[in-house]
Design a protein around this ligand. Sequence first.
Ligand SMILES: Cc1cc2nc3c(=O)[nH]c(=O)nc-3n(C[C@H](O)[C@H](O)[C@H](O)COP(=O)(O)OP(=O)(O)OC[C@H]3O[C@@H](n4cnc5c(N)ncnc54)[C@H](O)[C@@H]3O)c2cc1C
Length: 424
Amino acid sequence: MAESATTGGGRPRVLILGGGFAGVGAAQKLQHADAEVVLVDRHDYHTFQPLLYQLATGLLERTAVGHSLRDLLARHENTTVHQASVTAVDLDAREVTFDDLAPLTYDYLVFALGAEVNFFGTDGATEHAFPMYTLPHAVRLKDHLLERWEAADRDATLADDGALNVVIVGGGPTGVETAGAIAELYRAVFASDYPTLPQDQARVILVEAGPEVFSMFKPKLRQYTTKALADRTVEVMTGQIVASVSPNRVTLKSGEEIEAHTLVWGAGLQGNAVVQTLGLELQRGNRISVGPDLTLPGRPEVYVLGDVAAIVDAKTQQVLPQLGSVALQSGEHAGETITRRLAGKETKPFEYHDKGTMAAIGRGAAVVQMLGGRTMTGAKAQIAWGAVHLALLPTNEDRAKAVIDWAGASFTHQRAGRITVGSE
Ligand SMILES: Cc1cc2nc3c(=O)[nH]c(=O)nc-3n(C[C@H](O)[C@H](O)[C@H](O)COP(=O)(O)OP(=O)(O)OC[C@H]3O[C@@H](n4cnc5c(N)ncnc54)[C@H](O)[C@@H]3O)c2cc1C
């Protein structure tokens, strides 16, 4: 039986909060739903987080990593987009409030606000660390790196003070990919851009609290990664925790002080702050438990998706990781399910299709671990990584842009995006 309309001028309103992988995935599948679909995001673009490190290191331009939400949904006649920040959700009143948009009620809510950085209370991190979670974060890091090299070019004594050294926190995919990309940028590009500046005073140091990097991968992939990082001159410090950060020093819990003007944070996430307004019991990392259909227990009209959700995999009974593929598939499932419910059709529980866990370390170096235990490394793994990430990009135009930039960088080692465009 089709469900009744309570808002949206006669048609039920589906309100999507967040235009990331999950929110856009849901919106794409709602294109032909008999509903008024409203998507709200604090940005006017969809961010492709897996490639943020490539923007930060000049491999990709910002339009390859951020895509206009209005453009993505332009052909959806039933959909409107608003740029506004969500401030609270009242689940009983079925109403959402925003900072500068009138409150909106809903018949169906798609809660897909993602996660945000967690500095775990590290002293000075909020003020001085460079997180890698949003497009402005990546642009800020890129501009800062370039600014430090230009400053050292004018005054070489800055290199003695650690101006060119970078510490990256976190031996997971974000930290490893960022460390590998910065090291390649330094050795392949900045070495010739700034020939008078000494490369041995431009250290790239990866700090990991655990005994090894890439703890989620099999031992042979971890060993491969450690070697691939060393080949790229990344210094890996395991069993070390950052205690504090200032504009020019990073202090470890061991007491060791590293002279570095840049600390990149790739170490921790927590659920979006808006989850605190829901009045729900939260899981580890402020994630929200959902049922097999991705709705909140007792609230079949509320779907919680992507990074902010703790989705239990029906096959493994494990909570699914915070990955783009999980977010996209959960979003698509919710969009399809709501469309079917509105049409009075049967629905199915969510089933995740695992395409493998993978990460790129640098040019020709990547690791892939498939569900059945098969692994790949090197150029083959990099091709697999490229194919999976191209599939996650929202349009063919974005895929073409990424392929052209990657091909250019791989043939010439050049990074067209290595300029700073600040305000004057
Ligand atoms: C650096 C990095 C590298 C990654 N690499 C990979 C990878 O290689 N492969 C992979 O599969 N996954 C990767 N991931 C994980 C993947 O990007 C996430 O799992 C995915 O983005 C989650 O999608 P989502 O839709 O849940 O949230 P998000 O993509 O975070 O989207 C949430 C949206 O909500 C909006 N929003 C947040 N708060 C508010 C608010 N208060 N009001 C309005 N709007 C708001 C945000 O602007 C954003 O558009 C990476 C993540 C990072 C940070």
